[in-house]
Design a protein around this ligand. Structure first.
Ligand code: NAD
Length: 484
């Protein structure tokens, strides 16, 4: 594509590494079997070719999985923490050993560049298991009282944007605390969760401790409604999060919700512009912008707005959009036709409402789901592209004059998941971090993750934290959190 000063020869990773099989099965009570739902094909969003057939779960599989998880809870929850930790360490190491295979499989099923699945998704998934393995025998020192107890069976429902990583975020803390799990990956990206089930089986976890049910919203709903479930952990859209919260109200089930976002990435006039531009690019074009905490609203101080936008446009002209398996690719495919339609609709609304649309010249492949990196300027806070989560490679640029105005505009959203601040002044970062209503505030960086650092939202971005010591709270009955 674009006018790069360098010509890159294609450097594709071989799809053989993914060890794709013609079909995949669900994992219930320690065994793989065909689900009693529909057999569906999962496709490669980069070219719409079928990858494999999945025998999805039906409602009867949900009750089998919940029964197996309840039975397994009795012994798993009584196992000494150090024994549970050994299993988690084993899973972490097996993810590392199979990391290349998992990375290629993730890129095939999701459309994300291999550079990201190889360097971010898979290493972070392993890191989460390592991190929570370390907590398993130290829970009494975690600040939840002297004898914190697990909750029971956790129903875990995850989205398609970071399939293996989201599975790790959910399963690792649940198991470390002594819970058992029924996990449902998203319908468009089931493959890596099902391979994780293989890893879990090979790690010799007792049957029923982890069950993985491929399926769509109806299976998610059946998990939420199941009487044998004690806790729901959901990551996905705010819309479905609200449905789930309504259906568990008065059921006594515990719930944590990790939902959507519309993060502000705030650039002050004293920020190092080139560095900030890298952060803006990483903030919104990482994973094609299909990131809940994406920096989708750029708030730039008026005095440097033209300079920042010009530098950003120059940088975007060097991004390589295309084959997710090519190691040179920066921006891959959109995950599904439905998601692509939503991105197109919102981008069109941006033009209709009067914003100015810009994309670098780029040749998109003929087949598959593709959307060029896009920047909107002349955006007003009332525009849909400034308010609604687009979940795609689309940046809306707004300006501000004073720090107070930046905070006001950043907080002017129903969401509250993340924010970024770019400035030379450390004191300004700290002051803004306290005033921004966002679960995570990055200073002079963006989209950085670490298993030791809690992640989660305010307002319509949900509640509960994943990661870090705080992430244990979601999976423990306790007399209350004693520290922070
Ligand atoms: P989605 O809400 O449509 O689906 C998420 C999951 O919920 C899928 O597994 C789906 O099958 C299931 N589901 C759908 N309807 C259900 C129902 N009625 N009951 C139970 N389960 C149901 O979201 P999506 O389109 O897959 O993912 C994109 C959304 O996820 C974005 O809004 C994004 O911001 C959010 N997200 C949030 C975080 C976070 O940590 N806050 C992380 C990643 C994605």
């Amino acid at each position: 594509m674009a006018q790069s000063p360098f010509e890159y020869a294609p450097a594709p990773e071989s799809r053989e590494i993914a060890r794709l099989r013609p079909s995949y099965q669900i994992f219930v009570a320690g065994k793989f079997r065909d689900g009693r739902g529909e057999a569906v094909k999962t496709i490669n969003p980069a070219d719409e070719s079928p990858l494999a057939e999945i025998a999805e779960a039906g409602p009867a599989d949900v009750s089998d999985a919940v029964t197996a998880a309840r039975r397994a809870f009795k012994s798993w929850s009584r196992l000494p923490g150090r024994e549970r930790g050994k299993y988690l360490f084993r899973i972490a190491r097996a993810i590392q050993e199979r990391s290349r295979e998992l990375a290629v499989l993730e890129s095939l099923d999701n459309g994300k560049p291999i550079r990201e699945s190889r360097d971010v998704d898979i290493p972070l998934a392993a890191a989460h298991f390592f991190y929570y393995a370390g907590w398993a025998d130290k829970l009494q020192y975690a600040g939840f009282g002297p004898a914190p107890r697990p909750i029971g069976v956790a129903g875990q429902i995850i989205p398609w944007n970071f399939p293996l990583l989201m599975a790790a975020w959910k399963i690792a803390p649940a198991l470390a605390c002594g819970n058992t799990v029924v996990l449902k990956p998203a319908e468009t990206t089931p493959l890596t969760a099902l391979v994780l089930a293989e890893i879990i089986a090979e790690a010799d976890l007792p049957p029923g401790v982890v069950n993985v049910l491929a399926g769509g919203p109806a299976i998610g709903h059946a998990i939420v409604e199941s009487e044998g479930i004690d806790k729901i952990a959901f990551t996905g859209s705010t819309e479905v999060g609200k449905i789930i919260q309504r259906s568990v109200a008065a059921s006594g089930k515990r719930v944590t919700l990790e939902l959507g976002g519309k993060a502000a990435n705030i650039v002050f006039d004293d920020a190092p512009i080139d560095q900030a531009v890298e952060g803006i690019v990483n903030g919104i074009f990482f994973n094609q912008g299909q990131v809940c905490c994406a920096g989708s609203r750029l708030l730039v101080q008026e005095s440097v707005a033209d300079e920042v936008v010009a530098a950003l446009q120059r940088r975007l002209a060097t991004l390589r959009v295309g084959d997710p398996l090519d190691k040179n690719t920066d921006v891959g495919a959109i995950n599904s036709a439905a998601q692509l339609a939503r991105i197109r609709e919102l981008a069109d609304a941006g033009v209709d409402e009067g914003a100015t649309r810009w994309s670098p010249p780029c040749d998109l492949p003929d087949r598959g789901y593709w959307f060029a990196p896009t920047v909107f300027t002349d955006v007003a806070p009332a525009h849909r592209i400034a308010r609604e989560e687009i979940f795609g490679p689309v940046l809306s640029v707004l300006t501000f004059r004073t720090p107070d105005e930046a905070v006001e505009k950043a907080n002017n959203t129903p969401y509250g998941l993340s924010a970024g601040v770019w400035t030379e002044k450390g004191s300004r970062i700290l002051s803004l971090a306290g005033r921004l209503r966002a679960g995570v505030v990055w200073g002079n960086t963006f989209n950085r993750f670490d298993p030791a650092s809690p992640f989660g939202g305010y307002k319509e971005s949900g509640f509960g934290r994943e990661g870090g010591r705080h992430g244990l709270a979601a999976y423990l009955e306790s007399e209350g959190f004693l520290g922070d």
